[in-house]
Design a binder for this molecule. Sequence first.
Ligand SMILES: [Zn+2]
Length: 98
Amino acid sequence: MKTAEKHRLLLVLFKSHHGRCCYCDRFVSLTWDFNLQKRPDAATIEHLQRKADGGRDNPDNIAMACKRCNDERGGADWLTYKTFRRGEFLEFQAARKA
Ligand SMILES: [Zn+2]
């Protein structure tokens, strides 16, 4: 994906996500500055099904995540990671024990 295309896509995602990360729900920083893009809260394009697992550039497979979540997710599937980041997974475990 070309840089201009990425920027355009990030703007669309930033609007549709109301400026929040699809995983942790925190506000992201939208920036075109290369150095600022290394910040943990920098907006990144995220493939819900990872490209390594056959995920494509389709709009329904693309979301916006902060760099921290994008870097940290690793091989976890997106829904598991989302519930983990929002603490919902731990709440679910606690509820089952109760
Ligand atoms: Zn995040």
